[in-house]
Every structure is written in C-alpha cells, then in structure tokens.
Design a protein. Structure first.
Lengths: 269, 736
C-alpha cells in the first residue's frame, strides 16, 4: 500500500482530516511530528505538509518551519520525483523552503503575501472554483472547475512579473481561481486573495512538488460541500439523500492523484 | 455565588446524562438507533461534552484579548474532560455602533470578532457561528458568551478530582504548560465586577493573555499524555487552570485529600515571582494532573522532550509541583516558608448569599393599533428590516472565522439555523449545535426571556433535522444587589425550566431536556448603574442518526411548496419590524403568545417530516418573522441564491404586514409537491396549524400577494441591502 507521511510542525492543525482524506483516497497515512527521527522519514512514498499556523507564522508564514532539519527529507523526496504536497500553511512552508517553484532550487523566489483584494480585509473562509491546467506531475489531467474551500490570511502568490511569465510558460501554475464561466478570476470573492495570475497553486518544474492554498481535505466528502454552491457539485449535494451524502466530494480526486503519482514513482524505482 | 439556590430549579438529569453541571463541562451520551429508527438514550459509547461561559467584562475592556481568552478558557474546560474539541460558537451582544458611543462600540465589535477568529483559527477549532445582536443597552457592557463542543468515548472521561483521600496512594501533582507569570492576576473576581473607566485602566493587568499557538501544541501533547495515562490502567485526574489559577485548580483536583505544594518547583517566566502570584495568577494555557508518582517522569518527558514545550515559549514545560496526602489540608511553601495552610474543604466550598428580590413584575403591554399598517409600503418596510443591524446578513463577521477546519463541518454559519458536524468519519451520526437568546426583551420580562431563549435554541436545531438532546445556559444579568435583577433572574430560571420540561426529550415524554452545563454572569450594567436587559443565552445540542437526512435552509428546487408550521399571530410587540420601521407604539404592544405545548408539537411535526424524508429545506421563524425567514431561504449564505418565492396569504381580518412580520414561533418548510398532501396530514396528526404560504420560483424573484398587498421584485436588490447592512459599522464586504 502507498504510504504517505502527513507532516506536522508546532502549530499545524489540519493533520487529522488530511490523513483521513488520504486514507479515503487509498493511502496508508501516518501523521509525523517535526522531531520524528529522520532516518525512518525517508521511507514514505509521498509527503503532505498539512495546514495550520506552523511556529505561529513568526517572521512570515512558513518561514521558520522551512528551516527545520526535517525539510531535508522533503528535498530528497522532491529530487526522487515523489509527490510532495503542501496545503495552505504547508504551501507557505514549501515556498519558503525554495521547493516551489524551484527555478533555482533552494531559493525563495515567490511569496505568499497577505491577502490584498477589494472588498475584504484579512483572513477569509469561503469556497472557490479552480481551473486546472497541469501538464506534468500528479495534478496532470485533473478535472476543471473543482470547487474547494480556502481559509487563509496570507495566500496571495506574488513575485516579479517576468518570473510569473516564466512560470506561466513552463506550466507551473497548475491551478487557478476561476469564475463561474471558467475564466480566471481577478475579483473577490472568486479570487479570495488577489493572487498574481489568479494562482491557487504553484508547482516545481517536474510537477511533483505542489504548493496549494485551497484545502482539498475539507472537500473530500460530499457532506462538506455547501448546499448553496452553484454548479454540478452543489447540485449533487442538494439532491443527495441518506448515505450518498457521505460519498466523495470534489477534493478527493486531488489526493487520489497524489496516491497514483506515488505508485507510479514507486513502480519506476 | 448569588444564584446557586435558584439554579437547583433547572432539570439536570436524564437517562443520557453522564455528567451534569458542577464539573468543568457537561457530558451527554449520544443516541443509538432503536428497532424503529428511534433515538435510544442508552447503549452508545459516543459522548458529547458541552461547555458554556461568559467573558463579558474582559471583552468590554480589551476586546481582542477578552474574546480570545474567552474561547481559550471554554475549550480548556472541554479538553480537560478528556475530549477533543470539535466546534465553538458565540452569542454576542454589542451596543449600537450607530449610536451615541458608536466609535467605541465599533472598536469593540472589531476587536471581539478578531479575537474570536485569532484564537479559534490558530487553535484549529471550527467556529459554527452563533448569534450577534446590537442594542444601545449594551453600549457600556457587551456580552461575549462562548460555547464549546467536544467528543469522546464514555470510557475516556477524565475525572477532575481525586476520588480517594490519597493517604498511601503516593499521588503527585504535575503542572504543565506556560510558565506562570503575573497575567490575569485576580481575574476571577474582576470578571464579575461592575465596570467604570477608572477601574478599567487600573485593572488592565487582570486581563489574561491568549496564546492559541501554544495551546495547539499543548493539545497535541495532552492527547499523547492522556493515551499514556490511560494505557497505564491507573487512576489519575486532570484539571485546567482557570479562575484562581494554580491555587484554585490544585485544591479542586485534591478533592477531600490533602496536598503539599512546592512553589519553588513551579516553572515561571521570572525567578522572583511571589507565592501570591504563583497561587492565583491566571496565566493561560496550563493544566494540572494528579498521577501516581511512578508515572510522573514519563508524563513530564512527553511534554518536555517529545513536544519540546520549552522551545515554543521560553520557560514552558511540565514540573512535579506537589504531593497529595491524607491531611485534608492544602499547604504551599516557598523558600521553606509556609504561605498557605487551609483545610481543602474551606477553599472549595462557597458562601451562598441570599439577595432580596423585587415582587413579580406586572408589565402591561397594550393591545396594538394595527390600523396604520394598512397604509404602509411593504417594499419600503422590507428594505428597512433587511437593512438594519438586526436584520442584515452576519456573513461579513462569520467569514473571518474558520468554519471548516477538522473537516467535520456539514452546515456552516449562514447555511442553516444551526451548525451541523459529522464527528466520526465512518459513521452517519451528526450533531447540531445552536444558541438562542432574547432580543428586544425589557427588564421585568425574565420568564419570557428564559422561555424564548430555550425555544429559539431548540427550533434552530430542529430546523436542520436534529432532535434536541441537551441544553446549556449562560445567564447574563445585572447586579444581584438590585432586587429587580434578582427577580428577573429568578423568573428567567423558572422560564428555562418550564420550557425544558415542556419540550422534553423526544420519545421520553416525562423527561425534560436537561441542562448539562451552565454559567451565571452578574453585574452587567452601564456606567450609570442601569442593568442590561435579562439575557439568558441557551445552547441546544441536537442529534441526527444520519447526516443524509439533515437539511440547511436554502431552497433546493423550483416548484417546491412552502409552508408555515405553527400558528399565526399579528402581534408585533418586541419585533424587529416595529423597531426597524420606528413604530414605537407597536414595539411596546403585546407580543405573540408563546404556547409551550404548541412549541413541542411543532418541533415534533417537523422532526417527523424529516424522518419521512419530506423536508427539502427549513428554517425557524425568529427575528423578522415569517417573511424574512422565507426570503433568507432564497438568499443562501451570501444572498446569491438562484431561486425565488411566490408567497400568497389570505390573512383574514389581520393586516397582511402584521402576519408576515410578527415573530410568532414556528418554522418555514419547503416540501416537494408530491409529498405535500402527506406533509399536511402529518402536521394535522400532530395538531399543528400549518399553512401553505407559497411556491418556490425558478428565478431569484419575490412575489407577494396577500389581501390588498402585492409586491413583485428581483431579489438581487434586496440581497444587496441585506448583505451590506453591517458593512458601514463592522466589516465592509464588497459593495456589489
């Protein structure tokens, strides 16, 4: 069975539901603390850095966790092509560690800055739609217009314009906030944070390391989907009766892709 | 403790009550399904833990810290029972942000909302909303009541005190968490003192300092520590440090045993802390354990090494600070000197004061003169109601809270009248939680305030399809030295008891809904000494065997039939309508009669219709009356719903506006046309007046025809008014 480590730093708070979602996607998921012995840590097939407020967001969100020795495990896994996913605060950690976008690995190239968008100030919790365009890595071929919740105050991918041009050209913006009609969203609340190029996720060149702001584990079961959500997933929720409501939600597929990606890497080795 | 004797009037027992009031939090067993799908109160191992407290005075003075430590304190109460906290919600009362003290009130609103968000979001506990009301009566004294909900298995319940005299058991006391400092010094006494601004500046040091980040790490460490202690098979106890700090917690955990506290062993932020500070400071994020001495080293190692508490906050950790004995006395020494030596019982027993009570109030409300309503413009009045602070969307507040963390949330704030969680991933069992509290209730209306708060909280959970299972209360009143406040308090408690008995536990006719936890907050008054209106806040826990049978309030499908379940009234006394349209005479006139028997029958009818699978969406009728209920079912949480309603009502001899806006208890339900006839007969069997009031439209439009009143308009326009009502004063949302 595919073994996935869910990493927890001091202040991480989304590890339980992330592990549950991975299990529902067919993985054997284990929650691992920051000071867990690292020799055993490299044996996993994939890694997820869960959301929360690692080290209290001191200095910058993700900045302190990114300097922790356990990150060596992720650097090694990234180089081996194993899937490494950072969700929300986990995304901030991967960016601060220079694992994403990693045009020059190990360098901090983009920032996840404080949300800046007309009509809202500070932390925002709500649902968005994602437009998918990955060509490589475990997100390739993901269905588009997936609804997912966000919950963050610092989720705005930002950096110098030429760098984002390069990322766009290289296919390193695998998921973007979208409007109802599928177009990229610039305005709140479809774009919850004012992210450059409406980026909801960035990945490394190979696509196996992904920094994702929305929370697929909060959309892994149908009962988590809001009744008022427009589109087919909302319709499915509104019509669901009895046990149907405990079926998969729109975020489940993302963890399924991660597990498939881990299997593929395992098969190659 | 001025209220102890009165509180004995409340029902607290039941076949499903594991632990009633008196502990840090109440514990109830969840139901299991009987042969006919009914809820059996015994036989399941799953429990819910409920805590409910106020943090009013600290929040008035330092809104951010006050509200944050309010959350921090109530979750600690639930954690220390051995539970996982899976949700919090708040009942808030603010002054008038547009009134004489508007600027100060706005700062308090923002500070409180930021404090709640800061603590809950970082701790990783979803906020399920609650209630927010604005009234100038709260200009000088806001209310911040917090409810926390936890889950555990019955066998995991951790005792809060030693059950033995610990004579030869060799038990020790281990203190874990932040290093003790001088924050929150004397907080317990401060929290219930009257507020004036001079005192405010002097007592700032009394406000406790929140640290949700550290609490998150401490919670993870506690989970591992509890697993270790449970595995040992030996008896132990755990208690959080709240009011009166280490001294309070240590004596309570000692029970009838004695305890020698070594204050030199307590970890502190500075070496020069005095014994008095160490004993009573209310430094946050701390717990004590009473454990067999042999387990202490491993327990301490978990906190110090595995979770590296000292790396999170300088000086934090776990220390062995005391030994239990059979002396029956609590002694504390520092530097070889005795600083405390008292019988345990003396410290933990409280004095009871009997305050005089004013005679029963005979407040007479005049019959309303409804004649003026015939000339009023419905559209204008509707805009006024939806655009006020009382009627506007709460979404701009709630979207600052993380309502989704932990992944259990199925209905969020704004989706329904109650929050709905699916706590166990592999089971269909769902729990609903909601609060109810009075609005526009004056002094002298204690009984009505009590009854209506219970009924509102109950209706909120029934509306999502959950069966009311247990209650908690927090009673916010003025000074007990004021005989009128004591009278209101006494009548309120009678009201709570009457309503809990009348509604009862479904399927157990003689069993009242039990109050399993509670809190009383007194001395809530203005600078001039005017008491706040009686404000009992009641939380209701609801349960559903299958989340797949629960529904939120939003309309699902065009063509569905809309019903009002519950009798009509034209009484507008105390209504948001009368207030929003400045009709003083109506505001002070008679209120709709609250018939507790009808209240129970209506709840049972709705639950039976849910059981049958006929309810598509439902919400309770409260602020704004039946019309606002129906419109909010179109809106959804942000006012962007795709469906509308056509409402028709033949109001007989009552003015249509009065029927639509009267806050007569009941529900608005949407039912598929093919189920309509069966739904109507089911309501008839339950002897509940039920009226077909309209049909769901395929476009977001509102069409009303009743009597001489007709209105046709697009909902988008009304939704904008509703969405932006709080914006200018609280948090501005996009003004689209």
């Amino acid at each position: 069975m595919t073994r996935v480590a869910v990493l927890m730093f001091p202040g991480t708070n989304c590890m339980a539901e992330t592990a549950d979602a991975l299990r529902a996607a067919g993985a054997e998921a284990e929650i691992r603390r920051w000071n867990h012995r690292s020799a055993k840590m490299s044996r996993y097939d994939a890694y997820v850095v869960a959301g929360g407020f690692a080290y209290e967001d001191r200095v910058r969100a993700g900045a302190i966790a990114a300097k922790h020795a356990i990150l060596d495990v992720l650097v090694e896994a990234a180089a081996l092509g194993k899937p490494v996913l950072g969700v929300c605060n986990g995304a901030q950690v991967l960016v601060e560690a220079g694992l994403v976008p990693a045009l020059e690995p190990g360098h901090v190239e983009v920032a996840l800055a404080r949300n800046r968008v007309d009509g809202w100030d500070g932390y925002y919790c709500g649902w968005v739609f994602l437009s998918a365009s990955a060509e490589r890595g475990f997100l390739a071929g993901l269905p588009s217009n997936l609804p997912m919740p966000v919950g963050h105050g610092e989720g705005r991918f930002t950096g110098e314009a030429p760098l984002f041009d390069r990322l766009e050209a290289a296919g390193q913006i695998p998921l973007r906030y979208a409007n109802d009609d599928g177009s990229y969203a610039c305005a709140f609340p479809a774009n919850p944070n004012g992210s450059d190029r409406a980026a909801a996720a960035l990945c490394n060149g190979a696509g196996n390391v992904v920094a994702l702001m929305p929370h697929p584990e909060r959309a892994a079961w149908l009962y988590q989907v809001p009744e008022t959500l427009p589109g087919p997933w909302g319709e499915r929720r509104r019509r669901a009766r009895g046990a149907e409501l405990r079926g998969p939600g729109p975020g489940r597929v993302l963890y399924e892709r991660l597990v498939q990606g881990a299997r593929a890497v395992g098969g190659l080795r | 403790k001025s209220s102890r004797a009165l509180l004995r009037l409340l029902p607290t027992q039941g076949p499903h009550v594991v632990l009633g009031p008196g502990a840090d939090a109440g514990v109830v067993r969840l139901p299991r399904a009987g042969p006919a799908g009914e809820l059996l109160p015994q036989g399941s191992a799953h429990c819910v833990v409920l805590g409910h407290e106020s943090h009013n005075h600290p929040s008035q003075l330092l809104p951010f810290e006050g509200a944050a430590t309010g959350i921090g304190g109530i979750v600690r109460d639930v954690y220390c029972m051995g539970a996982e906290v899976i949700g919090v919600l708040d009942a808030l009362r603010f002054g008038d942000p547009a009134g004489a003290q508007g600027d100060a009130v706005q700062q308090i609103v923002r500070g409180v909302v930021d404090g709640i968000a800061h603590y809950g979001n970082a701790l990783g506990v979803p906020n399920l909303g609650g209630e927010v009301e604005f009234d100038s009566d709260f200009d000088d004294n806001c209310l911040v009541n917090v409810v926390a909900l936890g889950i555990m298995e019955e066998a995991e319940l951790v005792p809060s005190r030693l059950s033995t005299l610990a004579g030869d058991a060799d038990m020790v006391l281990v203190l874990v968490g932040k290093p003790t400092d001088d924050s929150g010094l004397g907080g317990a006494a401060f929290a219930s003192g009257a507020l004036d601004s001079d005192e405010a500046t002097q007592e700032r040091g009394a406000v406790q300092l929140p640290d949700p980040f550290f609490k998150r790490v401490l919670t993870e460490a506690n989970r591992e520590a509890l697993a270790f202690l449970r595995r040992s098979g030996q008896a132990f106890a755990m208690k959080d440090l709240g009011a009166a700090g280490l001294g309070g917690a240590a004596t309570e955990i000692a029970g009838k045993a004695g305890l020698d506290l070594d204050l030199d062993a307590v970890h502190t932020d500075r070496p020069d802390r005095t014994a008095a500070v160490l004993l009573v400071a209310e430094t946050q994020e701390r717990y004590v354990f009473a454990v067999p001495a042999g387990l202490a080293p491993e327990l301490i190692r978990i906190y110090e090494e595995e979770f590296e508490l000292g790396h999170m906050v300088r000086g934090a950790g776990a220390r062995l600070v005391g030994r239990f004995n059979a002396s029956g006395r609590v002694r504390a020494t520092q530097g070889g000197e005795m600083h405390l030596d008292l019988p345990t019982a003396w410290i933990t027993e409280h004095e009871t004061i009997e305050w005089p009570r004013a005679p029963r109030a005979t407040r007479v409300r005049a019959a309303p003169d409804l004649g003026g309503l015939m000339q009023r413009d419905l559209e204008q009045d509707l805009r006024a109601v939806l655009g006020t602070l009382g009627g506007g969307s709460r979404w701009p507040l709630f979207a600052h809270y993380d309502s989704d963390v932990q992944g259990h949330t199925s209905l969020r704030p704004g989706d329904a009248d109650a929050g709905l969680l699916v706590p166990w991933r592999d089971e269909p069992l769902a729990v609903a939680i909601a609060v109810g509290g009075p609005a526009r209730v004056g002094n002298g209306d204690g009984w009505f305030a009590g009854v209506s708060s219970v009924c509102e909280a109950v209706r909120n959970v029934v509306a999502v399809g959950a069966t009311p299972w247990a209650l908690t209360d927090c009673l916010n009143f003025g000074s007990p030295e004021n005989p009128e406040c004591m009278r209101d308090l006494e009548e309120c408690i009678h009201g709570l008891a009457d309503a809990a008995a009348a509604i009862g536990l479904r399927g157990n006719p003689d069993q009242p809904l039990p109050f399993v936890s509670g809190n009383v907050s007194l001395y809530n008054e203005s600078k001039a000494g005017k008491a706040i209106p009686p404000t009992p806040i009641v939380a209701c826990l609801g349960v559903a065997l299958d989340v797949g049978n629960c529904r939120g309030m939003s309309l699902k499908q065009a063509g569905d039939c809309l019903y009002r379940v519950g009798p009509w009234s034209a009484a507008l006394g105390g209504s948001l309508y009368a207030e929003a349209t400045h009709q003083r005479q109506l505001l002070d006139s008679t209120r709709p009669v609250l018939d507790l028997d009808e209240e129970r029958r209506a709840a049972h009818a709705v639950l039976a219709a849910y059981d049958a699978g006929w309810i598509q969406s439902c919400r309770d009728v409260s602020v704004g009356g039946s019309l606002v209920a129906a419109i909010e079912m179109c809106f959804g949480r942000r006012g962007l719903g795709a469906l509308g309603v056509s409402l028709r009502l033949t109001p007989g001899d009552r003015p249509a506006l009065a029927s639509w806006f009267a806050e007569a208890s009941g529900y608005v339900c949407a039912v598929r046309p093919e189920d309509a006839a069966r739904f109507e007969s089911l309501c008839a069997v339950h002897e509940v007046e039920t009226t077909r009031i309209g049909t769901v439209l395929s476009a977001p439009r509102l069409e009303i025809e009743s009597g001489k009143v007709a209105l046709h308009l697009a909902l988008a326009d009304l939704a904008r008014v509703w969405r932006n009502a709080l914006g200018p004063f609280v948090f501005a949302e996009v003004a689209s």
